[in-house]
Design a protein around this ligand. Structure first.
Ligand SMILES: Nc1ncnc2c1ncn2[C@@H]1O[C@H](COP(=O)(O)OP(=O)(O)OP(=O)(O)O)[C@@H](O)[C@H]1O
Ligand SMILES: [Mg+2]
Length: 322
């Protein structure tokens, strides 16, 4: 049978598969994977405390917090993730227990439990730990209102933890809820840096000025160290003009803060939490995992005070297939 398409294919010559968008994407990913193989990061002199915040919901705060933490741990850093969201998504992704009766961030904020008593090690790595959140944290926002030093409770808990710790973490990453209430204020008061994930879609920049206003208010009144150090573009789909436009606009407004690395929309990234894993453990070779590793390297390299070389067990690194 004669098919119309055949004639056209012959007329235009054989298809060059090496020059298809998919082949180019695969070649690019392979090159980036290779480039990451030899990378060694330097660790900060003192613990870097980074809060991942954006009052907009579903922009990739939790996904970025846990995957950056896992990528940094994989690069040799000791990382503590503090789950400050009653939804407990970061605790789920890091595979730690967070049932209602688990000692959690609620006990630290309300009953002044030492942070060390609630920290659990993630099954993913000995270098990756998590202070879990439980459903009780949903009430903390209201309970905190009547407490002394209600804005400083997390700051005090972290300071005590760092003084008492045998091995202080190199990074503390705080996952915030999608609000600008007292939990987020506690994170801003405790942290040195704010990392804002921005989803590359139409309403991306809406609410950003309110968030920046809050950061500068905290800077003036509660914590002079806090600043927006990093903006991360998430769920990027390069095939849409809208995503490209949003990325361009954000880069124009915040040239210093926006990371070169862009996190692509990736099925593997969204699947990982349902296995109680980060994408680094779930599929370390996927485009999402590579991007989070690159972002982690960029964040580590941006710290001019970082001097100690991180040592990675190379067998462990190979196991992940990267
Ligand atoms: N790069 C990505 N590719 C595909 N899906 C993603 C990506 N990043 C995040 N997601 C998915 O988008 C949804 C929202 O992500 P996430 O929970 O990290 O956002 P969030 O800002 O923490 O949300 P919330 O405001 O509710 O805390 C989740 O279902 C997550 O799996
Ligand atoms: Mg979240």
């Amino acid at each position: 049978m004669k098919r119309p398409g055949n004639k056209d294919a012959v007329a235009s010559g054989p298809i060059d598969f090496a020059d298809t968008p998919l082949a180019r994407e695969l070649a690019d990913l392979t090159a980036r994977r290779r480039a990451l193989e030899g990378v060694q990061i330097r660790l900060p002199e003192r613990t870097r405390i980074i809060t991942v915040s954006n009052q907009k919901g579903g922009v990739g705060k939790t996904t970025s917090a846990v995957n950056l933490a896992a990528a940094l741990a994989d690069l040799g850093a000791y990382v503590l993730v503090i789950d400050l969201d009653p939804q407990g998504n970061a605790s789920t992704a890091l595979g730690v227990t967070h049932t209602a009766d688990t000692p959690s961030v609620y006990d630290v904020l309300i009953d002044e439990f030492p942070l060390a008593e609630i920290v659990q090690t993630s099954p993913e790595s000995d270098r990756l730990t998590c202070a879990p959140s439980t459903i009780h944290l949903a009430g903390a926002e209201i309970e905190l209102v009547s407490q002394d030093s209600r804005e400083h409770r997390l700051h005090t808990a972290i300071a005590d933890y760092l003084i008492a710790a045998d091995k202080a973490p190199d990074f503390i990453i705080i996952d915030c809820p999608p609000s600008l209430g007292l939990l987020t204020i506690n994170a801003f008061t405790a942290a040195d840096e704010v990392l804002i994930p921005i989803q590359c879609e139409y309403y991306a920049l809406e609410g950003l000025s309110q968030l920046l206003g809050n950061v500068s208010m905290i800077q003036q009144h509660l914590n002079p160290r806090i600043h927006v150090s990093t903006i991360m573009l998430t769920m990027y789909d390069g095939r849409t003009r809208l995503a490209q436009q949003v990325a361009e606009e954000v880069r124009t407004h915040f040239p210093q803060q926006v990371l070169e690395t862009v996190i692509p929309r990736s099925v593997r990234v969204s699947e990982a939490p349902s296995f109680g894993q980060t994408v680094i453990a779930y599929d370390g070779q996927s485009a999402g995992a590579i991007a989070y590793r690159e972002a982690a390297v960029e964040i580590a390299q941006r710290d001019p005070t970082a001097t100690r070389p991180a040592t990675v067990n190379s067998a462990e690194y190979d196991e992940r297939g990267v």
